[in-house]
Each structure stands twice: as structure tokens, then as C-alpha cells.
Ligand binder design. Sequence first.
Ligand SMILES: Cc1cc2nc3c(=O)[nH]c(=O)nc-3n(C[C@H](O)[C@H](O)[C@H](O)COP(=O)(O)OP(=O)(O)OC[C@H]3O[C@@H](n4cnc5c(N)ncnc54)[C@H](O)[C@@H]3O)c2cc1C
Length: 308
Amino acid sequence: MDVAIIGGGVAGLYCAYMCSTVGLTCDIFEALPYVGGQCMAFYPDKPIYGVPGLHKILAKDFITKLSEQCLTDNVNLHLNNLVSITKINSLFKITTIDNQKFDANFIIIASGIGVMKPSIPTSIKGAVELANSSDFVQCYCLNPELYTDKKVVVAGGGNSAIDYAMCISKVAKSVTLLHKRDNFSCDKNKLNELNKINNGNIKFKMNRQILELQQGLVITNEEVINADRIVFCYGLLANTTHTQNTISFDIEKERNLIKVDQSSMKTSENRCYAVGDVVSYSGKTRGILSCCYEAQVAVNAIAKEFKK
Ligand SMILES: Cc1cc2nc3c(=O)[nH]c(=O)nc-3n(C[C@H](O)[C@H](O)[C@H](O)COP(=O)(O)OP(=O)(O)OC[C@H]3O[C@@H](n4cnc5c(N)ncnc54)[C@H](O)[C@@H]3O)c2cc1C
């Protein structure tokens, strides 16, 4: 194959699309049984923001459209395939979890925040046990069936907590937004949006530390709250070792993110490129738009190198 793309999130999918446009063959290797990365794993039923021309489209619908655009006949998709990569002489050797082996001339690392497993705070008594044994504890899950006519606590104070509170409030009996500080850390316009849509269904409780969970009860430092569900939006537990596990050759990193040259998305290793949430460069922002832009830059640079 010309190009092996590691990761089938937005960045990896868009790389495949770009490969088709410049006549390069490619394979996508994705550890999960589906494409879409964070969009599908964490927020399929949340609208995505900031994608031109797609105002408030649900993440799962966006991924369906993106897949239609990107997964053309030139693209081989390998799902359920966690891979590791070595480089022998000038070829990249890709080994899948079931020991299949592939060679590639170029690779694009689009492994995002790694293979995602939602994190449940272990410091809260009963949280992990209840997450494993019931629907009471959720983490970055927006399936409306879980929340319809339910009393839901959303824990967190960043953008995703506000997004989740707004989405869930459309179907829930009530939503309580619980935050450990006295101020939200979300964008100001996010809070304005929430205040605009809130008809009293979303209540705020600030300065609350969650100490313990029991089925149907959220026990905080101030009070005990009756709830049918609690959804944690405490940020993502970045899998800080995933790039080490994926790549066995030396590559320059910055805080466990892959350093790239912004003008080409090239890494410190010859013919190895990286795009999306896994990369670091000055001024990097995380989001769908950046993923697509970086994919375009990387594949155009590969196409140029290919011709040499
Ligand atoms: C709650 C939340 C809300 C968000 N809302 C928005 C929004 O409204 N607008 C916006 O623009 N952005 C939003 N974002 C950010 C956006 O989702 C991300 O920037 C984007 O999805 C990153 O895509 P990616 O392809 O780089 O990585 P990821 O989505 O992390 O995908 C990487 C993929 O690589 C796979 N992988 C990793 N390692 C391997 C391996 N060794 N072998 C095989 N596969 C591997 C993983 O399984 C994963 O599927 C949001 C993020 C979150 C968490």
C-alpha cells in the first residue's frame, strides 16, 4: 500500500479521502469496531459545533456523511485492529493484534487520544463498582433512551458538561449540573446558550464535591441528591502511553504528543506523518476542522514526496 493510516477517527478518515483525491492507495487501521473515534465513542448524539456548513449536526450523522465521502473503493478499512508499527530499512511494518502483517511506504499517525476507554473517577466511593454493574453511572454517553423522564446529575464544569446538560435536558425530567468550583470553566458563549435554553429544567449546584455514590443517590459534601443517572464529564483521561505502544521507532514528542512540522505535518521520522489530536505544534487547536486541515496538508506533502 502507498499509505497506512493509523486510526479511523475524523483525522484518519479525512486522510483517506485526501489520498483518493491524489491517487494514492491507503489502508485505515482502527482498533475499535467502528470508525469515528471520539465523535462516536463519546458524543454520538451531541451536535458538533464549528464545522462550516453543518450547523448543529449530530456527531453520529456527521460521521455517516464523512464515511460516505471518505471510504471510497481506494480505501481498505481494517476494523478491530489495534496495530503497532516498526520500521525496517525504508519500509514501515504494521502488525495487527491478530498478527497480520502489512508493509507501507508512508504512514500517517491519526491515533488521537488513543483507544478510548471512558474514565470513571476512582476517588469517589462506589463509582467504579456502580459503573460496572448498572446504568446509574455514565461517562460521556448521550443515548437519549437512558435519560428520558429521568432525574439526571451531570458532573463537571467545562464545555462538555454544559453540552451534555443541554442535550440531556431535552428528554430528562430534570438535570442538575454539579460542579466542584464556584465558576464554570466553559466558554462564555456556551454558558449564554445554556441560559437561553434553560426553562428551569437545569439546576446548578456549585462548590459540590462528590464523596460517594449509592444506587439512586449522589452524596456530596453539602447534601444527598436523589438521581436516576449520573453522567461524568470530568475531561478525558488521556492515554499518555498510547503513542509508545503504537510506534516502536524513535520519534520526537512533546508531552507525549507527536511533534510535527506544521507546514507538512511531517514528524521527525522520514515518511512518517501525524495529524489530529495526537499532534503538537505551536498554535495547535483540537477540533474537527483542524483534523481535516491537517489531513489535507499531510496528504499533499506525501503526494509531493511520492512523485520525487
Ligand atoms: C465531548 C467532546 C465534544 C467535542 N465536541 C466537538 C465539537 O463540537 N466540535 C469540534 O470541532 N470538536 C469537538 N470535539 C473534539 C473532536 O472530537 C476531536 O478533536 C476529534 O474527534 C479528534 O479526532 P482524531 O481523529 O484526531 O482522534 P480520535 O477521534 O481520538 O480518533 C483516533 C482513533 O485512533 C484509534 N487508534 C488509536 N491508537 C490506535 C492503534 N494503535 N491502532 C489502531 N487504532 C488506533 C482510536 O481507536 C480512535 O478511533 C469534542 C471532543 C469531545 C471529547
